[in-house]
Design a protein around this ligand. Structure first.
Ligand SMILES: NC(=O)c1ccc[n+]([C@@H]2O[C@H](COP(=O)([O-])OP(=O)(O)OC[C@H]3O[C@@H](n4cnc5c(N)ncnc54)[C@H](O)[C@@H]3O)[C@@H](O)[C@H]2O)c1
Length: 351
């Protein structure tokens, strides 16, 4: 196994691992550990080049620093990527080698699940390093994060409603949800419970039909979903949905959903602000998954009550972001970044 450091400005450590015996070619990026060890998922992707993988792992690691800082998880930001075809390269030996690579970081990086990585894969990683989080409950972990993410997003939607309308009451609100998978589907259920009128869309028509029949939602084809007049729009499918093409079509007062990287580019936050649409920054609203995992590190291990109490604080964090945006006259996505930077800077001063 050959581990070599790659100097990247602004990052504490970035390294490459090549292990010929298992076929592992991976990168780990630790962006910042001021607030705690860097926790971020392991992604397996068929990157065309190592350069592309390096771009992704550094971008994602930095994103985790900001997300954890605003969510107050006591963690820093990091990420790792394995380069290869998800259908071909997986083996216990590959994940054991990955565990040894993670161990080389001596606990400054803790891994978890991300794209194309299962809880079973992580069990193989766990054979060679203790720095693994997010395992199943039966293996002492915090388990599936999706229901927690969904609940945290609902907390965020209520916070945004309170800020925009003066009340958290969603019973007179029409909420349009794009993507009703693990998180969006559970959000729809929780929002309906709160009395909201729900319209859903998804590229999986069978999923839409099943949920509409079970819960009485309205539905709209994905291609025309933005034509639906709504109060709150919740993008819960993929990123980059808010862009030059879609912004002129928006009829909502609020955008708040679980999808990562909802804005195609940061300046789209400025455009939303100019249009008077309140954008609840994605990484503030969808942080319950990382908050839930972070509780594994508490004395005595994972405790759901502690996790729920911390997830409910998404309300305070988001309110702080909205207030900062208004005070400084900036977009909410920029205010979220500023809040994260302020918290990291304050911790650095204390150290
Ligand atoms: N699962 C979590 O805990 C978590 C945490 C943070 C962020 N997120 C983000 O939230 C989003 C959803 O995650 P998930 O776990 O529910 O994924 P999922 O795969 O279970 O659900 C996504 C759903 O979106 C649908 N979809 C895909 N493209 C679409 C499109 N263009 N229009 C409408 N529907 C479309 C899919 O058919 C699927 O039903 C992702 O962006 C993910 O990165 C998830």
């Amino acid at each position: 196994m050959n581990i070599t450091d790659i100097p990247v400005e602004g990052y504490e450590r970035v390294a490459r691992c090549i292990d010929e015996a298992s076929g592992l070619h991976a990168l780990i990026a630790v962006h910042d550990t001021t607030l705690g060890p860097a926790l971020g998922g392991m992604r397996l992707w068929n990157y065309a080049t190592e350069e592309e993988a390096l771009f992704d792992v550094t971008r994602l690691a930095k994103g985790m620093t900001y997300k954890s800082a605003v969510a107050d998880t006591g963690l820093g930001g990091g990420k790792c990527v394995i380069i290869g075809d998800p259908d071909k390269i997986k083996s216990p030996a590959l994940f054991e080698a990955m565990g040894r690579f993670i161990d080389d970081f001596g606990g400054t990086y803790i891994t978890a699940e991300d794209m194309n990585i299962s809880a079973e894969d992580l069990l193989n990683v766990k054979k060679t390093t203790e720095y693994v989080a997010g395992l199943d409950r039966e293996h002492g972990g915090s388990g599936n994060p999706s229901p927690y993410t969904a609940y945290g997003c609902v907390v965020g939607i209520e916070t945004a409603a309170a800020y925009r309308y003066g009340s958290k009451d969603l019973s007179q609100k029409h909420i349009l949800i794009q993507g009703v998978g693990a998180v969006g589907g559970e959000m729809a259920r929780l929002l309906k419970e709160r009395g909201a009128r729900i319209t859903i869309c998804d590229i999986k028509e069978s999923r839409v039909a099943e949920l509409c029949q079970k819960y009485g939602y309205e539905s709209v084809p994905e291609a025309t979903h933005l034509s639906v007049k709504c109060d709150i729009y919740a993008p819960c499918a993929r990123g980059a949905g808010i862009n030059d093409e879609t912004i002129p079509q928006l009829t909502c007062d609020i955008i708040a959903g679980c999808a990562n990287n909802i804005l195609l580019e940061p300046h789209h936050g400025d455009v939303l602000r100019e249009k008077g649409i309140l954008y609840a920054p994605d990484y503030v609203v969808n942080a319950a998954g990382i908050i839930n995992v972070s509780v594994e590190r508490h004395p005595g291990g994972y405790n759901e009550e502690v996790a729920m109490e911390k997830i409910n604080r998404i309300d305070d964090n988001l309110t702080e972001v909205f207030q900062l945006a208004d005070e400084e006259g900036i977009a909410t996505n920029r205010a979220a970044n500023r809040l994260a930077e302020k918290r990291i800077e304050a911790a650095k001063q204390l150290q």
